[in-house]
Design a protein around this ligand. Structure first.
Ligand SMILES: Cc1cc2nc3c(=O)[nH]c(=O)nc-3n(C[C@H](O)[C@H](O)[C@H](O)COP(=O)(O)OP(=O)(O)OC[C@H]3O[C@@H](n4cnc5c(N)ncnc54)[C@H](O)[C@@H]3O)c2cc1C
Ligand SMILES: NC(=O)c1ccc[n+]([C@@H]2O[C@H](COP(=O)([O-])OP(=O)(O)OC[C@H]3O[C@@H](n4cnc5c(N)ncnc54)[C@H](O)[C@@H]3O)[C@@H](O)[C@H]2O)c1
Length: 556
């Protein structure tokens, strides 16, 4: 039932000033004065659904230009979005803490667990700080309203907010006097406060409000894919990347389902914290988009840290026991690609049944991909179409199939990185205030980094792609051990690789599996973006001793 009907049915009366659905001329009869006409429609210049990177940057920009902006965020623990709260920032805080653990390894598991607990606390501090900062950055602006609630389309230019937290401030919706300004809007460690309003009253959790704007931006991000594995939803020991970072007990044995970005980062991190880690990947190859020599180097390095890889492996079920979970796995085909030490050195292995095996683990992490967050957005009501993967369909300027609505960040599919969402904001900004020429294709090539230890960073095409395309290339590869700087810090594992056009000297791609590569790849990106030749990096004067100076040799 549509919400206004729900309220009317509940109280058997019609609001005085409802402007929705032709109800404005209905008779007002509020005998219960505690009932507020909070479903009066409010009009903004822009509505942003989701507090992600692109959306929050856009909100601040529009606010600074004097627009009236509504930002709708479903959770008071998610101001600032995925990156700040459950993505890049908490993971990289933990990756750093895990690295610290390797400098002075604790002798007992108990001591390693204590370090892990401190690391989780540290992560909480960092995310709480940034969450609060992000909240204030928008909510403290006079013409930006942050609604803590779920956004859902009610029409082509209308969005309903269902409040998920009490909202005491009614400065811009208000018809009721009341209190404002002092209520803590959050729970847990974040302590962002709802700012004081000029008029007050507020909404309670579950209440609804309708907003209208000529420009609406969807920035609702993505959520973990929960694979159809028997028992995963029932088990108390199965985690997502979000929930495992709340786990305060270091798991002695951790099984990770999925060997992609999240799988590898968590495998590297938890191995350094002191867990015995097994990665289960259904695909026959690890990180299939990378050159095989790079994948082999990543795998060998993580195996040295104690990670066990099982490729071509299907997870059949997860069942909780008294002290651990039992993960039943089955090797597909001939098991080619499974790690050589399977069944002999697998720390989690507890028994076999033909090609089946049962692994024991204190925790199981699902790292099986992320899908666009569109459930509940009621996109059909606004004529917004999605593709077969559920991503909001956009053109190269991010406009959806509704000309009043744009989509930014993970929700529109494609590359899922914070800096892509930020660049989406730039495209929208250009569309609204610039020449309207900036497009999604303009940002290529895009670099990325997987924060294993050492990180794997890449830009452009790799050797195998170049050869498949029949390009005339020169491939340079050097081991990390050849870089003086790496000896000074005692980290000599990894490899650097560059793909260069043999005729034009153009840089086609670069992969760095090396310490500090998540920084150095940006230098290569800059050169590529500027159309510089490989000779620029070959002859560039870099500081010494540094990781960057390795580019002199790599681009020879
Ligand atoms: C564990 C992990 C590690 C990562 N590490 C990195 C990294 O190192 N580097 C990197 O670049 N990227 C990383 N990413 C990816 C990165 O976090 C995302 O690409 C990025 O945060 C996406 O931002 P966004 O703008 O799409 O929206 P998000 O930041 O996802 O924000 C969407 C917001 O919308 C809210 N929302 C959803 N539905 C509704 C609704 N109906 N109504 C109201 N609000 C709603 C959500 O609560 C959320 O706060 C990582 C992701 C994960 C999960
Ligand atoms: N450093 C970074 O920038 C960073 C870090 C983490 C995440 N992210 C973003 O988050 C996104 C999601 O990461 P992700 O690792 O969850 O997804 P992913 O798509 O990178 O990897 C998922 C992996 O799980 C495997 N898989 C799927 N179902 C399986 C099953 N049932 N059993 C075994 N294996 C299975 C897939 O074959 C794949 O290798 C990434 O695409 C990335 O954009 C970025």
């Amino acid at each position: 039932m549509y919400f206004i009907e729900e309220i009317e049915a509940k109280y058997d009366r019609s609001p005085a000033n409802v402007q929705i659905g032709g109800a404005a001329d209905r008779k007002a009869d509020y005998t219960d004065k505690t009932i507020k006409p909070q479903y009066t429609m409010k009009t903004y210049d822009a509505i942003i659904i989701g507090f992600g990177k692109g959306g929050k940057t856009l909100a601040a920009d529009l606010g600074a230009r004097g627009w009236q902006v509504a930002v709708i965020e479903q959770s008071d623990q998610m101001y600032g979005g995925t990156c700040i709260n459950v993505g890049c920032i908490p993971t990289k805080t933990l990756v750093h803490q895990a690295k610290l653990a390797t400098y002075r390894p604790e002798p007992t598991f108990g001591q390693r667990s204590e370090h892990y607990r401190r690391a989780i606390r540290r992560k909480e501090e960092v995310t709480a700080l940034l969450r609060d900062k992000n909240y204030r950055n928008l909510a403290d602006k006079p013409n930006i309203t942050v609604y803590t609630g779920t956004g859902s389309f009610a029409g082509p230019d209308e969005v309903d907010v269902t409040f998920t937290a009490d909202y005491p401030d009614r400065r811009d919706a208000g018809t009721d006097p009341g209190t404002a300004g002092s209520t803590n809007a959050t729970s847990g460690t974040a302590t962002a406060k709802i700012p004081a309003g000029t008029a007050a009253g507020g909404y309670t959790k579950g209440e609804k409000l309708r907003l209208k704007a000529d420009r609406i931006f969807i920035n609702t991000g993505a959520e973990t894919v929960i694979p159809p594995i028997a028992g995963v939803r029932e088990s108390d020991r199965v985690y997502t990347s979000t929930s495992i970072m709340e786990l305060e007990e270091l798991p002695k044995r951790l099984v990770i389902v999925g060997g992609g970005y999240i799988g590898l980062e968590f495998a590297s991190m938890y191995a350094e914290f002191g867990s015995q880690v097994t990665v289960l990947e259904s695909y026959p190859e690890l990180i299939p988009r990378e050159d095989r020599d790079i994948a082999a180097s990543v795998r060998a390095t993580l195996e040295k840290r104690g990670v066990t890889f099982r490729l071509n492996t299907q997870v059949e079920s997860v069942q909780d026991g008294k002290t651990c979970a039992y993960v039943t796995v089955r090797d597909s085909g001939n098991g080619a690609g499974s790690t050589g030490n399977r069944n002999t050195n697998n720390p989690t292995g507890s028994g076999t049944d033909g090609s089946r095996q049962v692994l024991e683990a204190e925790a199981v992490l699902l790292a099986t991909g992320r899908k666009p967050n569109t459930a509940g957005l009621n996109l059909e009501a606004a004529g917004i179409r999605t593709d077969p993967r559920g991503s909001v369909m956009v053109d190269d300027r991010l406009q959806t199939t509704n000309p009043k609505v744009w989509a930014l960040g993970d929700v529109k599919g494609g590359l899922q990185f914070t800096y892509i969402s930020l660049d989406d904001y730039r495209i929208v900004r250009d569309e609204l205030f610039g020449t309207g020429e900036r497009k999604t294709q303009d940002r290529l090539p895009v670099a990325y980094a997987v924060f294993t230890d050492p990180p794997l960073s890449r830009i452009g095409i790799n050797e195998e792609e170049a050869r498949r395309k029949g390009l005339d290339i020169r491939v340079n590869s050097i081991p990390v051990a050849s870089i003086p700087r790496m000896h000074t810090i005692g980290e000599t594992e990894g490899v650097l690789k560059a793909v260069i056009d043999a005729r034009t000297d153009e840089i086609l791609g670069c992969t760095l599996f090396a310490p500090e590569s998540s920084e150095v790849i940006n230098t290569v990106a800059l050169a590529m973006k500027n159309g510089n030749k490989a000779s620029l990096l070959r002859d560039m004067i870099f500081t010494h001793p540094s990781m960057s100076e390795a580019l002199n040799d790599l681009f020879k």
